[in-house]
Design a protein around this ligand. Structure first.
Ligand code: ATP
Length: 329
């Protein structure tokens, strides 16, 4: 494989995240700036397998920086999980004279990219694009900041109803493995309790704490629950349990925020982050780097081996948990 980079393909894969368009735009424009041909791949790895490609130039990405989702579309490709599927994808990359592939997505997408590289010696670069903020080696992933703001806005609205009716709301937010959204949005929206996958204090402690809140004069409550919460009950069962235990204290309601958390116009932070990482990805390829993720650490763009990005992230939530405990008394 030649190290000379003349043609780059870019795709978005896995769950969409606000800011993916801004990242594609940055890749396309960095290619244009460095006189590299840029090929957009539609529908993630599925599009690579089916040769669904289109050349993009600087003008192809006008008016996309402010749009949520991804104009290249995303997909979850079963075929790419097979070696046969990846061989088809590789054959299409070679048939189109593409020298390297930039993948914007989460850890599943990076795993697929790394396999493509290892099996066929094809250079890949990952850009972390997922609202979950669950990737090792980067402080933030594209889409996370926007999702946080969306969640805070939604909880603010629910709080109006909670306080008007003395209700207790359990609100489920995204985060199967990581409590970042729940914890940060919970603090930002003034939640009384926050349940995250990384910490299981048990439902009885929750009931105890809600009783104390009531005694201290609170008339309504917001409990933010990450979808990967490990209490052993789903949010509806948890709601029923809390209502049963706190019968006379509150009316309990459950709200699952769901897909509204993925959509919407990206925040300024996500647009800037996506722009930095997109430019960083193209420049890393020009510097001969491959099989790496472009991340952000202490505001600096960094280059991390994909193998490291795929390691389990070490959660450092202690300070935030303490802040949440103190500010919810
Ligand atoms: P999100 O965090 O938003 O879910 P993700 O990138 O982790 O994003 P996945 O659905 O896990 O989303 O992965 C996206 C695609 O990457 C899959 O549909 C599949 O094509 C490919 N992929 C995931 N895991 C593997 C794997 N082990 N081997 C090959 N390809 C994979």
């Amino acid at each position: 494989m030649s190290q000379n980079i003349e043609k780059i393909a870019v795709l978005t894969s896995g769950g969409d995240a606000p800011g993916m368009n801004a990242a594609i735009r940055a890749v396309v424009r960095a290619c244009s700036y460095h006189n590299i041909t840029c090929i957009g791949v539609y529908k993630g790895y599925e599009g690579l397998i089916h040769n669904n490609l289109e050349e993009l130039n600087a003008r192809s990405v006008r008016n996309v920086i402010n749009k949520g989702g991804t104009f290249l579309k995303s997909a979850r490709s079963k075929d790419f999980r097979t070696e046969e599927g990846r061989k088809k994808a590789y054959d299409n990359l070679i048939a189109n004279s593409i020298d390297a592939l930039i993948v914007i997505g989460g850890d599943g997408s990076f795993t697929g990219a790394l396999k493509l590289s290892q099996e066929f010696n094809f250079p890949v670069i990952g850009i972390p694009g997922t609202i979950d903020n669950d990737i090792n080696g980067t402080d933030f992933t594209i889409g996370y900041d926007t999702a946080l703001n969306t969640v805070v806005e939604a909880i603010d609205k629910i709080r109006d109803t909670a306080s008007s009716h003395n209700r207790l709301f359990l609100i489920e937010v995204m985060g199967r493995d990581a409590g970042d959204i729940a914890l940060n949005a919970g603090i930002g929206a003034g939640a009384e309790e926050i349940l995250i996958p990384e910490e299981n204090l048990g439902v009885d402690r929750l009931i105890e704490s809600l009783r104390k809140s009531k005694e201290s004069g609170k008339t309504s409550s917001i409990i933010v629950v990450a979808e990967g919460d490990t209490s052993g009950k789903n949010i509806f069962e948890l709601g029923e349990y809390v209502e049963e235990k706190l019968e006379d204290d509150y009316e309990v309601r459950v709200s699952v925020l769901g897909h509204i958390q993925r959509g919407g116009s990206p925040s300024c932070y996500d647009r800037v982050l996506a722009s930095k990482l997109g430019v960083g990805a193209v420049e890393a390829l020009l510097e001969g780097k491959r099989d790496v993720m472009i991340g952000i650490v202490h505001k600096q763009v960094t280059v991390v081996a994909l193998t490291e990005a795929l390691q389990k992230r070490v959660h450092k939530h202690d300070q935030l948990i303490k802040v949440a405990d103190i500010t919810s008394v």
